[in-house]
Design a protein around this ligand. Sequence first.
Ligand SMILES: [Zn+2]
Length: 153
Amino acid sequence: MSFILWMDVSDRLPTRDRIHKYDPEAVTTCVHCNSHLESHAHLLFECLFSRAIWTQLLNYCGTHWIGLCWNDFIAWASTHWRGNTSVIVAKKLCLGAAVYHIWRERNCCIFEGTKRTSSIVARSIIDTIRYRLSSINLKDHPLIALNWNVNAN
Ligand SMILES: [Zn+2]
């Protein structure tokens, strides 16, 4: 997951806006909403499909939508999500898992013709994070354990 996140932060994922630069015949619209240009920012953060996923994830993190664009959000997260406390680890897991799963869902839609709802994708992300958090000692962070419904041992 972290590799995909790095690819995105480095603005290198081959989204349709990038492909269009090399192939003028290529489709440019977002596969989820069919109404906006598929850019990194749109696909991963601004599309209503992605935003619905983020809204659920941020609820689990005990926070809410802060209304930033993708680049501002990444800059904000890299400033505020420093260290390895359980709270920060959970938020970093959210970011990495969201980028990975949203990118994977986009590819499944385009190349396999499958389409899942934002709720189902969010559930996959939440299950991934819960699995990862279950291996972390959350004894000092009972709220995270409670939010994510994992044992705090
Ligand atoms: Zn869209």
